[in-house]
Design a binder for this molecule. Structure first.
Ligand code: NAP
Length: 559
């Protein structure tokens, strides 16, 4: 009887080929490829009331990309590349959001996006090789493919300080900034955090607020962004050579070319090295971090030369030596092993009379009170309190959904000791589910729009292959998944990055397993790896023509 009811319910359920979760860069392109190229039926679900993903939510003052706009954009349509003109070298959040709306309009994407609707669960049925997806609007949908395009930095980390609900003033979260903006004029403002987000917001809030108090736990090494209005001549040049620009990006490690990169900071004289760092510093953005010397992220001695260079810059820009000391990461805290923030007037902000820096490593926050923050040293009062405390990266947004694969296994449980994927695209036990720029892919250490295109195109090609060959399901094999996890770890361990207490490792979230979640083999190599897997008939995956009968591994992926 219950089977009959199930069958009736199943018949009544709307069915599509693919459900995509999220309408940011990834969800939009996935929809375009599957619907318009492959002619599949696709439903996209998005919790916001508009497209944009991270660029929808992160509307805090100063939010902008730190990869040049010509690179931080889709490459799949030459027409789009020619039609859109960026107004700044590094586009600000409103312009990126306008761009994504332009894309959604141009490719007629809005009609297949269900806004203000979250996905609460996705449950795989092995017999039918389909996912049943439950929405927050009470709808259930059947789909062959389940594609979370939920972003890596989309689930906010809100520390639960003692009394966290007590503050009676206005509370803001940078990752969930009010659409209408915030007027800080005449207000006393407190901000917790000094990561990439806070470093963008602090100089602008300081200009507006009556007083700004910054609560810093760990000082950070930042480099100047060197943003500027778009030079129309440069824009025309870029437009004339987009294919070449993209080729250079694909040939690079991080999806954006740096022309000054040299092998070793230790093989040159002090003066040569400093002159080289100076040139990279003046280029701005990530040039010092990933475009100066190859060994600074691998060799502690090389790293310290870059670290000391940045400390020198901080000391030169901050007038009060005591404040400069607080802002300088100490020797032993490696440079660039946490993601390097890019700043504009950040350090000069501490020369202002209306800005106070509080060291909460020395005197930790004891409590959030009705009027502000009490540390072990003092009490501070505000009208507004801002949390710029980052994200539960990579897995936070996935675990928010109740995802269950074969045999009802929960993704959260399967990944309880850290993410488990094959090439960051698929997970054993979760057939017909694909992640986009997820854990164990180059992800956040690769130019995001290009990385997203790479993944969406791989997924679309795989789905096309399955359609053409009558394949009902595809699943990552456990053995090859193990091999990939070991490979990701091995590559990361050769660098200095796993030593930092960064969100790359989940070290910012209490209780989260400390596992390095980014593949550091470089975008070019990674693209070769996943292309080879596809060209060899999806090595490392099990493809079932009808329905799953066995999960015996078939072959090994090349890493
Ligand atoms: P983040 O780098 O994780 O920084 C969070 C800040 O909050 C850190 O200063 C952290 O201190 C502090 N914090 C967290 N929990 C705390 C607690 N319990 N007590 C006191 N302080 C606490 O987060 P984010 O600044 O939002 O940046 C995250 C990532 O988003 C960036 O690395 C970047 O990839 C991306 N992002 C990109 C752009 C861009 O493209 N332009 C802009 C902004 C952000 P500790 O360091 O001591 O943990």
């Amino acid at each position: 009887m219950s089977e009959m009811i199930g069958a009736v319910a199943q018949e009544a359920m709307e069915e599509v080929d693919a459900v995509v979760v999220g309408a940011g860069f990834a969800g939009l392109y996935m929809l375009h490829l599957l619907r318009d190229k492959l002619k599949k039926r696709v439903a996209v679900f998005e919790t916001a009331d508009g497209v944009g993903g991270t660029w929808y939510w992160n509307r805090y003052p100063g939010a902008r990309c730190d990869i040049p706009s010509h690179h931080y954009s889709y490459s799949f349509s030459e027409e789009l590349q020619q039609e859109w003109t960026w107004s700044e070298k590094y586009a600000a959040q409103p312009e990126i959001l306008a761009y994504l709306n332009f894309v959604a309009n141009k490719f007629d994407l809005f009609r297949d996006i269900h806004f203000q609707t979250a996905i609460t669960s996705a449950i795989y049925d092995e017999a039918s090789a389909k996912w049943t997806i439950q929405t927050s609007a009470g709808k259930r949908i059947l789909a062959k493919f389940f594609i979370p395009a939920v972003g890596t930095l989309s689930h906010a980390n809100i520390p639960k300080f003692k009394g966290h609900d007590s503050f009676r003033g206005d509370v803001y979260f940078t990752g969930h900034w009010p659409k209408e903006g915030v007027n800080f004029k005449g207000k006393r403002v407190g901000i917790i955090g000094t990561g990439a987000t806070a470093m963008q917001a602090i100089p602008l809030i300081a200009e507006e607020a009556l007083h700004l108090t910054v609560f810093q736990r760990t000082p950070n090494y930042a480099a100047p962004l060197m943003n500027a209005p778009m030079d129309p001549v440069l824009d025309q040049q870029a437009k004339a050579m987009y294919p070449e620009l993209r080729r250079q990006a694909w040939d690079s490690f991080a999806g954006v070319p740096f022309e000054r990169l040299k092998p070793s900071a230790l093989e040159v004289t002090h003066n040569e090295r400093v002159a080289h760092y100076e040139a990279c510093w003046n280029d701005g953005g990530f040039s010092l971090w990933i475009g100066s010397y190859q060994d600074i992220l691998f060799d502690k001695r090389a790293n310290e030369t870059a670290a000391e260079f940045v400390r020198g810059k901080i000391r030169a820009r901050v007038k009060d030596p005591a404040i400069a000391d607080m802002l300088c990461p100490p020797v032993g805290q490696t440079y660039g092993t946490k993601r390097q923030p890019c700043e504009t007037n950040y350090y000069e902000t501490y020369n202002r009379d209306n800005v106070t820096l509080v060291d909460i490593k020395k005197a930790p926050i004891e409590e959030i009170t009705e009027t502000g923050i009490t540390t072990t040293d003092a009490s501070y009062e505000f009208d507004c309190l801002i949390y710029a405390t980052g994200f539960d990266a990579f897995t936070g947004a996935l675990f928010k959904m109740d995802i269950r694969g074969r045999n009802g296994q929960m993704l959260k449980e399967r990944w309880s000791a850290g993410p488990r994927t094959l090439v960051g695209l698929a997970a054993h036990g979760f057939p017909n589910m694909f992640t986009i720029t997820g854990p164990q892919s180059p992800s956040v250490l690769f130019n995001m729009p290009l990385g997203i295109e790479m993944h969406c195109e791989w997924i679309a090609e795989c789905i096309e292959h399955m359609s053409e060959n009558g394949v009902a399901s595809i699943e990552a094999n456990e053995r090859e998944e193990d091999d990939w996890i070991a490979h990701v770890k091995e590559v990361a361990d050769a660098s200095l990055l796993p030593e930092a207490t960064s969100w790359y490792l989940g070290a910012n979230i209490p209780g989260k397993p400390r596992v390095f979640m980014v593949y550091l083999g470089g975008g070019k190599h990674y693209k070769d790896v996943i292309s080879t897997i596809a060209h060899n008939g999806y090595t490392g995956f099990t493809l079932d023509r009808q329905q799953r009968l066995t999960d015996a591994p078939e072959s090994v992926p090349t890493a």
